[in-house]
Write a protein that binds this ligand. Structure first.
Ligand SMILES: [Zn+2]
Length: 281
């Protein structure tokens, strides 16, 4: 079986988490995994600063408000690196585009991403969804960064796919996926069972201290979000994906997990969906 090169291109450091368990599975199989964030996330999810600025001036903690951007940037990059390290992913590339990121202001982002595609030569690209939709985060915050990053990525794919002037072989990507968190459960194309990776997903979530991810918040968030995807696929915890285009296959694809789901005794299925890990919360 060929080793896959998998490239994940995100708007912000935290976006990686929406596919982290799946990437962990592939990394453990020996596939090559590269994680990219187009921005260091300096201006988004600075929850402490947000909360301080919402207070009357006399009550504000000026140490939090005056924390230099460079310091925040360093913390955000370290958080992503630590979250990736939970899954043994060590190829982490954070670009320095600012937020809000707008492709019209920084068209050079296309070349930055095309260079990464040409360097990593992915079979699989997991990118931000280009379809506008209410974001999963706080209303009105940072949602457009994802769409603008998606647009830059689409353009970068096109640039990488045609011969350039630098003597580098062009590269076309076999499969492009969007994380299922940007879609409804009935819109996803497939769901990856990450039940065995739940603890690592919680551990990765806890790395985002600057976003206010306490251990309690991290576990609760994973229980609900991964549990929601898992519930609809008849398992404990899962991550879902949407395909950019239909995949060419040699026969009707059929996963043993889908067959198990309809053939196992119902009470065994219920036990499985409670899980050993499910009993301890
Ligand atoms: Zn994001």
């Amino acid at each position: 079986m060929v080793k896959l090169n998998i490239l994940s291109i995100n708007a912000h450091p935290h976006d990686f988490t929406h596919m982290a368990g799946t990437l962990g599975i592939h990394k453990a199989k020996g596939d090559n995994v590269t994680v990219v964030s187009l921005t260091p996330g300096t201006n988004v999810h600075n929850e402490k600063k947000h909360d301080e600025l919402m207070k009357p001036e006399s009550e504000r903690d000026m140490d939090i408000i005056n924390q230099p951007d460079d310091e925040i940037k360093k913390i955000k990059i370290e958080e992503l690196e630590k979250a990736c390290a939970v899954f043994d992913i060590d190829d982490v590339r954070v670009l320095d585009y600012p937020q809000p990121f707008r492709l019209s202001e920084f068209p050079e982002a296309i070349k930055s991403l095309a260079d990464i595609i040409l360097d990593t030569r992915p079979h699989v690209l997991i990118m931000q969804s280009p379809f506008p939709r209410a974001h999963h985060g706080r209303p009105g915050v940072s949602a457009d960064d994802h769409i603008e990053t998606a647009l830059a990525t689409i353009e970068a794919k096109a640039v990488a796919g045609v011969p350039g002037s630098e003597g580098i072989a062009p590269h076309s990507i076999a499969t492009t996926l969007y994380p299922g968190v940007y879609f409804n459960n009935n819109e996803v194309d497939f769901t990856v069972d990450i039940s065995d990776w739940f603890e690592k997903r919680v551990a990765a979530e806890e790395m985002y201290v600057s976003q206010g991810h306490t251990p309690e918040w991290s576990k609760r968030r994973m229980l609900v979000s991964l549990g929601n995807s898992g519930w609809f696929a008849h398992t404990l915890y899962a991550e879902s994906f949407v395909r950019e285009a239909p995949e060419l296959v040699s026969e009707i694809p059929m996963s043993p997990l889908s067959i198990r789901s309809v053939e196992e005794p119902i009470m065994e299925k219920f036990e499985r969906m409670i899980g050993e890990k499910g009993k301890d919360f």
